[in-house]
Design a protein around this ligand. Structure first.
Ligand SMILES: [Zn+2]
Ligand SMILES: [Zn+2]
Length: 227
């Protein structure tokens, strides 16, 4: 997948620091994810790094993870960096490892505490990627994108179980922009024509108004106001 590049210079947060020794379950399989020069046979530490729609890991010998946790540990999870990463001792990888053994143990947290908030806005705020609480289909936190020009996009989201889900949704939003806005599909035109029947009714605006009153646009306005 085409990933937004993770920029270590931009603010990031550390979702977790995990340590892995030869005695750990699947240690050999976990090591497979790293270039030979980044493997540490006596154990390694992994910093799980995130930005709203990007992710990376930083890998270093396990002793540096222990030192970091001792010096910079915080009760907040996830926590913003409390000190410099031991850059000289390790390496960055773009994206979180996603082999089956890693998927089992990677953090599954939403970006916002409570899983409600705006992740990123494109096109001057007309297209927004946002996190939502449990939805009626998945009963789990979800991530969706919404277009305030078209309104009528399918609002099926994805289970918000990590940065890959959020990045996939952001890519979908960008794809929408790349294709260009398409406010009224033929099916919707038909529905609007029925809804708007009446003197002077503007079918297009009916949809926008409904969305701004009680749809994703209303949620987005609420989240912006709360920020
Ligand atoms: Zn809308
Ligand atoms: Zn649109």
């Amino acid at each position: 997948m085409n990933r937004p590049a993770f920029a270590p210079a931009d603010p990031f947060r550390i979702t977790q620091v995990s340590r892995h020794w030869p005695a750990c379950r699947n240690f050999r399989d976990l090591q497979e994810s790293w270039l030979p020069e980044h493997r540490h046979e006596d154990g390694f530490a992994l910093w799980w790094l995130e930005q709203p729609v990007a992710s990376a890991v930083f890998i270093a010998p396990v002793v540096f993870g222990d030192l970091y946790l001792k010096e910079f540990i915080s009760d907040d999870v996830p926590f913003a960096p409390k000190g410099p990463l031991p850059i000289h001792a390790g390496a960055f990888y773009d994206g979180w490892p996603n082999t089956p053994v890693w998927s089992e143990i990677s953090p599954k947290l939403p970006w916002h505490p409570g899983s409600e908030g705006i992740l990123i806005e494109y096109d001057g705020g007309s297209v927004v990627v946002l996190e939502q609480g449990p939805d009626p289909v998945y009963h789990e936190p979800t991530v969706i994108w919404h277009c305030a020009v078209c309104h009528d996009r399918d609002q099926m989201g994805a289970v918000n179980d990590g940065p890959d889900a959020r990045m996939a949704m952001a890519m979908d939003a960008l794809e929408h922009l790349r294709r260009g806005h398409d406010p009224l599909s033929p099916l919707l035109q038909h529905q609007v024509a029925i809804a708007a029947r009446g003197p002077g009714a503007d079918g297009t605006d009916l949809i926008g108004r409904a969305c701004r009153t009680n749809g994703p646009c209303a949620d987005i306005a609420r989240l912006r106001a709360a920020h």
